[in-house]
Design a protein around this ligand. Structure first.
Ligand code: ADP
Ligand code: MG
Length: 323
């Protein structure tokens, strides 16, 4: 340990030297958690990063980001662990404030936008008098831009809810095929107008999941595929893995693809990959991070891989689908 450790925790050298960290700074952390960390360090031999609660000498606590790295001897046996801690309490607070701000701002924005949309719809429907073709064209433009804004605000609200843990999953049994057909029908017109073909192959399968949230994930994956594909096709497919318990849904496109070095950015908040279509496409860079939180919330995982035989990407998620 170094002086920073002593300063951060308030202990003197004699009080911690040779002692188990579990008895000093980590005394409130659940034993199992620590044991699990050490166990996976020993079995996998790889470094691990975790958020843990650190207790100071005076009993007060802070949140630290702790990285554990095993150090091996020449016989490849772990001789000790290098542990580096970073106090991230402030970052956590700022994050929470940012989320709260996002949530308030989004609520305040959504109400007026819904009202504008309502009046616009009334005008479009001719309830206040007949409208000319040109007026209709402009009202439709207002509608499409307001819808973009509403989508962005909804993403921001979702990320706020998801991150504050206020999200609940409503599981139900439903037909996977019907759901995929709905998503397909929604995007067909958009794809056709861009000259893309879209298709799906899905087995008749009854799944037990949160239907609305799975639909939200698929909408974003297929929406992204449409945005970042200029020619070719988009394909939604399903597969059952691992002895009948895991469902894989994949969205394959023939679009720009994603460079390997950008892959790890994708599922982070507000992150967009630099590509030449980005400037003309609307979006917040929140979609995939929402998808990740939703899929992981239902014990699944989401990832992407490049297509092997053509340019483009495959975004897929694996999820346990049985009751
Ligand atoms: N199918 C895809 N092909 C190429 N790039 C993609 C694809 N899907 C996502 N991306 C990249 O990942 C970024 C993040 O996607 P997302 O989180 O859904 O945000 P948004 O759609 O709001 O930009 C996109 O901006 C894009 O750069
Ligand atoms: Mg998106």
């Amino acid at each position: 340990m170094n002086t920073s450790f002593l300063e951060a925790t308030g202990f003197d050298v004699e009080e911690v030297l040779g002692k188990n960290l579990g008895d000093t700074i980590r005394r409130d952390e659940k034993r199992d958690k620590i044991e699990n960390i050490y166990e996976s360090l020993e079995t996998q031999g790889l470094g691990i990063q975790e958020e843990l609660v650190t207790t100071r000498k005076n009993g007060s606590q802070f949140i630290s980001e702790v990285s554990f790295t095993p150090i091996f001897n020449s016989q490849n046996i772990i001789v000790f662990f290098l542990v580096i801690e970073r106090d991230i309490t402030k970052e956590k607070e700022v994050d929470a404030m940012k989320d709260e701000f996002l949530s308030i701002a989004s609520h305040e924005l959504r109400t007026p936008m819904t009202i504008i949309n309502g009046y616009n719809e009334l005008l479009l429907s001719g309830s206040f008098g007949e409208i000319t073709e040109q007026q209709k064209k402009y009202l439709l433009r207002i509608e499409s831009n307001i819808n973009n804004l509403i989508n962005i605000v909804n993403d921001m609200l979702d990320i706020g809810k998801l991150e504050s843990g206020k999200i609940t999953f409503e599981y139900e049994s439903f037909s996977l095929h019907d759901l995929i057909d709905e998503v397909y029908s929604f995007f067909r017109r958009m794809c056709e107008s861009k000259g893309l073909s879209i298709s799906y192959s899905s087995q008749e399968l009854e799944v037990y999941l949160d239907r609305q949230k799975i639909k939200q994930v698929l909408n974003n994956l297929v929406g992204n595929a449409c945005k970042f594909t200029e020619q070719g096709s988009i394909m939604i497919s399903t597969e059952i893995l691992e002895g009948d318990t895991i469902l894989r849904v994949s969205v394959t496109d023939t679009g720009l693809g994603i460079a390997e070095e950008n892959k790890n950015k994708l599922f982070k908040k507000f992150s967009q990959v630099d590509n030449y279509l980005q400037k003309t496409q609307k979006g917040t860079g929140l979609g995939l991070s929402i998808c990740k939180t939703i899929i992981e919330g239902m014990n699944g995982k989401i990832d992407m891989k490049p297509c092997l035989d053509h340019p483009g990407s495959i975004f897929y998620f694996d999820i346990p689908f049985k009751k």
